[in-house]
Design a protein around this ligand. Structure first.
Ligand code: ADP
Ligand code: MG
Ligand code: MG
Length: 255
C-alpha cells in the first residue's frame, strides 16, 4: 500500500500584489485503492492543490508537508514525483508542438520505469487502451494536445493514466466539458485503472455528475483554501441538492 499524506499545507501564489495565500492548511490522506473526491466552488484552491502535489513552480509551499510513504514529496523534482508513482491530469492540458502522442507516451513510460518498454507488448497495450477509450488510431500520430477537442484532451489524459500505471492519480476536473457518452468512457478508463493497479484517486470536481460513474469512498469540500466538510458518498448527494452556499457562508462569517 502507498500513502500520500498532506499535512496542514499552506500555499501561496505570486501575483502583482505579492505572495497571495491560496491554501490555508489542507490536511488529507489518500491510500492506494481509495477514491477521494474534492469538491468546491470555483476559486477555492482545488487546482492549486493539484499543481502543488505535481510540483508546479508557480506555487510556493509556505507551511505543512506532503509525503509519499514518508518520503518528502516537496523535495522531489517533477520527474521524481512521476517516478515515485504520482500522476496529474491537468484541468488545462498543455500543447506540445512537434511531439506525437505515441512518442510522448513512450518517452514518459521510459522515464518513469527507467527502461524502454518492450516494443511489441507496448504497441499492443497502447492499441488496446486506445480502443477501450474509443480513440481513433490516427490520434497516436497527432501532436500532443494540438487542436485536441476538450474530450480528446481528457481521453488522452486517461490514456496516459492507463499506460503509465501510477500509484496515485490526481484528476483535476476530468469531467469538465464532456458530454455524457465521453464522461462514461473516461470514467470507465479510470475504473479500469483502479481495478488493474489498485490505483488511488484524488478526483477534483465542481459537479457531482462524474461521481455517479466513479464512486468516491471519501468526499471533501474545499472552500477558500480549507477543507470545511468531509464525509462519504452521501455528502456528494447532499451537495447536489444544496450546493455550496451553506459552506461558503460558514467560511465568510466565522463564529
Ligand atoms: P479552483 O481550482 O478551486 O477553481 P484555483 O486553485 O484555480 O481554484 O484558484 C484558487 C485561487 O487562486 C483563485 O482566486 C485564483 O485566481 C488564484 N490563483 C490560482 N493560480 C493562480 C496563478 N497562477 N496566478 C494568480 N492567481 C492564481
Ligand atoms: Mg481522509
Ligand atoms: Mg480548478
Amino acid at each position: 500500500m502507498t500513502v500520500l499524506e498532506i499535512r496542514d499545507l499552506h500555499v501561496t501564489v505570486e501575483t502583482e500584489s505579492g505572495a497571495t495565500p491560496i491554501l490555508n492548511g489542507v490536511t488529507l490522506t489518500i491510500r492506494t485503492g481509495e477514491t477521494h473526491a474534492i469538491m468546491g466552488p470555483n476559486g477555492s484552491g482545488k487546482s492549486t492543490l493539484a499543481y502543488t502535489i505535481a510540483g508546479h513552480p508557480k506555487y510556493t509551499v509556505t507551511g505543512g508537508s506532503i509525503t509519499l510513504d514518508g518520503e518528502d514529496v516537496l523535495e522531489m523534482s517533477v520527474d521524481e514525483r512521476a517516478r515515485a508513482g504520482l500522476f496529474l491530469a491537468m484541468q488545462y492540458p498543455v500543447e506540445i508542438p512537434g511531439v506525437t502522442v505515441t512518442n510522448f507516451l513512450r518517452t514518459a513510460k521510459t522515464a518513469i520505469d527507467g527502461e524502454a518498454p518492450a516494443i511489441r507488448s507496448w504497441t499492443k497495450d497502447v492499441r488496446e487502451s486506445m480502443t477501450n477509450l474509443r480513440m481513433d488510431p490516427v490520434f497516436a500520430q497527432r501532436n500532443v494536445n494540438e487542436g485536441f477537442s476538450g474530450g480528446e484532451k481528457k481521453r488522452h489524459e486517461i490514456l496516459q493514466l492507463e499506460l503509465l500505471r501510477p500509484k496515485l492519480a490526481v484528476l483535476d476536473e476530468t469531467d469538465s466539458g464532456l458530454d455524457v457518452d465521453a464522461l462514461k468512457i473516461v470514467s470507465e478508463g479510470v475504473n479500469r485503472a483502479k481495478e488493474q493497479t489498485d490505483l488511488g484517486v484524488l478526483l477534483i470536481t465542481h459537479y457531482t455528475r462524474i461521481l455517479r460513474y466513479i464512486r468516491p469512498d471519501h468526499v471533501h469540500v474545499m472552500v477558500k483554501g480549507r477543507i470545511v466538510e468531509e464525509g462519504g458518498p452521501e455528502l456528494a448527494d447532499r451537495l447536489e441538492d444544496e450546493g455550496y452556499d451553506r459552506f461558503v457562508q460558514q467560511v465568510a462569517e466565522p463564529t
